[in-house]
Design a protein around this ligand. Structure first.
Ligand SMILES: *Cc1c(COP(=O)(O)O)cnc(C)c1O
Length: 418
């Protein structure tokens, strides 16, 4: 479908219009308020169309999208190669379930295991499910090793691992636990980056350590250098599984296919979702041959896992993000963006506390609440979101142009000065 000419453009600051919540946007939002579960704080626009790093709302207004579907559309909205692959699959076969084999899923498993150095792939539909698979894997492996009392998982304060009862319990943010007690047993949290605290927390019940290489939702906070390596050594010493949540950091986001590869380690298992399907819902759990032996037929499964349409999209992503040039681009664009943001921090030292990130996962921490500034950015024609209370999160498409990043910095500057 050809794109219609947007009625307004976000290309230059002067052309950026003020927020409009009239017309079709407003009609749809009224309907949303009548029918949707009111569990989200939604930004007041209805998005209708996207291409690359641009999206358009129901009133035809254009936005520079530097959050790309909360870090899901790594190749950008409606990437032409993904569109071609998905359309072709839509006319061929949609779903057969895991009662049968299907080529796209097998191909994806081969690509992901080759890229990760892990041997086994399990497919599901979301990040939370991928982490559930990791948690079940850890318990089952310890049982099979003859350690039936080892069921506890150590994760980190301020982490985010999902919203199912088990993964929200692994999530180290009490605000997400409140009201859902009693929480499942077998989870404990320690300060992120504190190796001695981890060591102290390991006991006779410990089965595994679950860690994000960079805490995404928790504020784009990277573990100190050497932390993952030290966790790997500790897990080896104590007979624990090292589980790495790569849901936000994986599939090229940080300039490596997987963020643990920055530290040259191999986890026992990892979880993937977000950019895996470029916006189509698919998750994966990858693990070692040894660990994978524990999940024998009957122990785990998913009806939609590895759905053919989602899998062909993920195959395009997996092919593109394993190209060295793509990874170099992400690393270079990320460095460029961060340097521009640090210049901005130099100009606004009382507003910006820190600009940090790796590859194209970048956070700008403010001295105050980020929400009003995120709203201002949107009014000025740029979409971003919050990570934690005070951090503005950027997760642009890997295909973003440097010009767009410059433009994003200009909009941010205007928003922060407003
Ligand atoms: C988004 C996210 C999840 C949860 O993924 P869902 O698809 O929302 O279930 C888990 N862990 C991390 C690190 C994430 O960023």
């Amino acid at each position: 479908m050809p794109l219609t000419t947007p009625t307004r453009t976000a290309k230059t600051d002067s052309a950026a219009p003020q927020a409009t919540t009239t017309g079709k946007n407003q009609e749809w939002m009224d309907k949303a308020k009548a029918h949707l579960l009111q569990n989200y704080k939604q930004q007041p626009i209805v998005l209708e169309r996207g291409l690359g790093s641009r999206v358009w709302d129901a009133d035809g207004r254009e936005y520079l999208d530097l959050i790309s579907g909360i870090a899901t559309c790594g190749l950008g909205h409606c990437h032409p190669e993904v569109v071609v692959a998905v359309k072709a699959q839509l006319e061929k076969l949609w779903h057969v379930s895991n009662v049968f084999y299907s080529e796209p899923q097998i191909e994806l498993a081969a690509r992901l295991t080759t890229a990760s150095g892990l041997q086994r792939a399990f497919f599901c539909n979301s990040g939370g499910e991928a982490n559930e698979a990791l948690l079940k894997l850890a318990r089952k492996v310890q049982k099979d090793r003859g350690n039936p009392d080892r069921y506890e998982v150590i994760s980190f304060d301020n982490s985010f691992h999902g919203r199912t009862l088990a993964t929200v319990t692994a999530t180290g943010q009490p605000k997400y636990h409140k009201g859902f007690e009693p929480l499942p047993a077998g989870f404990t949290h320690v300060p992120y980056g504190d190796l001695e605290a981890v060591r102290r927390a390991v006991g006779p019940h410990t089965a595994a350590i679950l860690v994000e290489p960079i805490q995404g939702e928790g504020g784009v906070r990277q573990a100190p250098p050497g932390f993952l390596k030290a966790l790997r050594a500790l897990c080896d010493e104590k007979g624990l599984l090292l589980l790495v949540d790569e849901i936000q950091t994986g599939m090229g986001r940080t300039g490596k296919v997987f963020a643990y590869q920055h530290e040259g380690i191999l986890p026992d298992g990892i979880s993937l979702a977000k950019s895996l399907g470029n916006g189509l819902p698919i998750g994966a759990m990858l693990c070692t041959e040894e660990a994978g032996k524990s999940l024998v037929p009957g122990t785990h499964g998913s009806t939609f896992g590895g759905n053919l349409v989602a899998a062909v999209a993920a195959n395009v992503v997996a092919r593109k993000v394993t190209e060295p040039q793509m990874l170099r681009d992400v690393a270079q664009k990320g460095e460029y963006f961060l340097s521009r943001l640090r210049e901005l921090q130099g100009r606004l030292p009382t507003v910006i506390k820190e600009a940090r990130g790796l590859g194209l996962l970048v956070g700008v921490e403010l001295f105050q609440d980020a929400a009003p500034f995120i709203a201002k950015c949107r009014e000025l024609g740029m979409l971003v979101n919050a990570a934690g209370e005070k951090t503005i999160r950027f997760a642009p498409a890997y295909t973003v142009a440097n010009d767009d990043l410059d433009h994003g910095v200009r909009i941010l500057e205007r928003a922060l000065k407003a």
